[in-house]
Design a protein around this ligand. Structure first.
Ligand SMILES: NC(=O)c1ccc[n+]([C@@H]2O[C@H](COP(=O)([O-])OP(=O)(O)OC[C@H]3O[C@@H](n4cnc5c(N)ncnc54)[C@H](O)[C@@H]3O)[C@@H](O)[C@H]2O)c1
Length: 277
């Protein structure tokens, strides 16, 4: 099948292949590893895998992060905010490009400033579970938005957090009706729900403001699909995107589409053309 990814001529030497390491071999990482291992991203070669747990059945060595930095041109983070917080600057300082899934880590301004100042490696965020961020970023470049909101609806078990007390966890777990578990600014959302609200952070980066984006998170026992409603109002236009993703069978907190979003982002990072960016 001819895909959009293979329709355009490469911009870089067709023989050149960038060595890619994947950090985190869970729901997202396993999908990324599988496609890379069979040569599914032109110009990229799976060099190694990093995980705190043993990973089996992967056609690349499992190494520690320091070794991955030595072996790779690009590292793909699919592990969680902690890895971004602890290692993003170190990776970029070593001249390795970093593609981030856990975008919410950068709700912390101090971290963002230090990582942006690091280099020469390049930092890229995947659009992950949402769409429309290209249009929002284009509109925000014309003029700042006046109002932006993200309403996410997920299964109750997907929104539980270790910091919630037992009574709150029970109330959410056993609810028979939709219950709003959070409403507030995107920065707070990304901090309190680090595994669940990367989407809010992604929208915040698109509209260039964490303070503007109002987030609501609803635990809904009937939410077979994870939905995100993104609404934005500004001088450039009025936008509304509704996304309903099927959860990943490997991890219901993550949408099944995310590994493919990461792979598209990787195509851009390794200099291979995609028709729509
Ligand atoms: N941008 C988006 O739209 C989006 C969507 C879903 C998830 N995410 C982010 O992606 C991350 C991964 O999601 P997932 O569903 O694959 O999670 P997962 O729990 O299924 O897999 C995470 C993997 O990372 C490994 N890991 C954890 N800490 C590590 C460390 N310090 N070093 C190396 N490996 C480590 C775990 O052992 C596990 O194998 C999430 O934590 C979330 O922050 C982003």
């Amino acid at each position: 099948m001819m895909t959009a990814i293979t329709q355009l001529q490469p911009l870089v030497d067709p023989q050149a292949r960038r060595k890619v390491g994947v950090i985190g071999a869970g729901a997202i990482g396993a999908g990324v590893i599988e496609v890379l291992a069979r040569g599914g991203v032109e110009g990229a070669e799976l060099a190694c895998v990093v995980d705190v747990h043993p990973v089996s059945g992967v056609a690349a060595p499992q190494v520690n992060l320091a070794e991955a930095i030595r072996r790779c041109d690009v590292l793909v983070e699919c592990a969680g905010q902690v890895v971004v917080r602890q290692h993003a600057a170190e990776i970029l300082e070593a001249g390795v490009d970093l593609l981030v899934s856990s975008v919410g880590a950068f709700a912390d301004d101090a971290l963002l400033d230090s990582v942006v100042a690091a280099g020469p490696g390049r930092l890229l965020f995947t659009s992950g579970a949402v769409g429309g961020v290209d249009l929002l970023a284009s509109a925000a470049a014309e003029a700042p938005f006046e109002r932006v909101s993200v309403t996410s609806r997920k299964l109750p078990t997907s929104v539980l957090q270790p910091w919630m007390d037992d009574a709150t966890q029970d109330r959410i777990r056993t609810t028979t009706e939709p219950v709003e578990v959070f409403r507030g600014p995107a920065r707070e959302a990304a901090r309190l729900f680090p595994r669940s609200l990367n989407v809010a952070a992604t929208v915040a980066f698109a509209v260039d403001s964490f303070d503007l984006v109002e987030v609501a998170l609803v635990a809904d026992p009937a939410a077979e699909l994870t939905t995100h409603v993104i609404e934005a109002d500004g001088p450039t236009g009025v936008y509304r995107f509704e996304i309903a993703n099927r959860p990943s069978p490997a991890n219901p907190r993550t949408s099944g589409v995310v590994p493919h979003a990461v792979l598209r982002s990787l195509c851009v990072l390794v200099g291979r053309p995609v028709r729509i960016v």
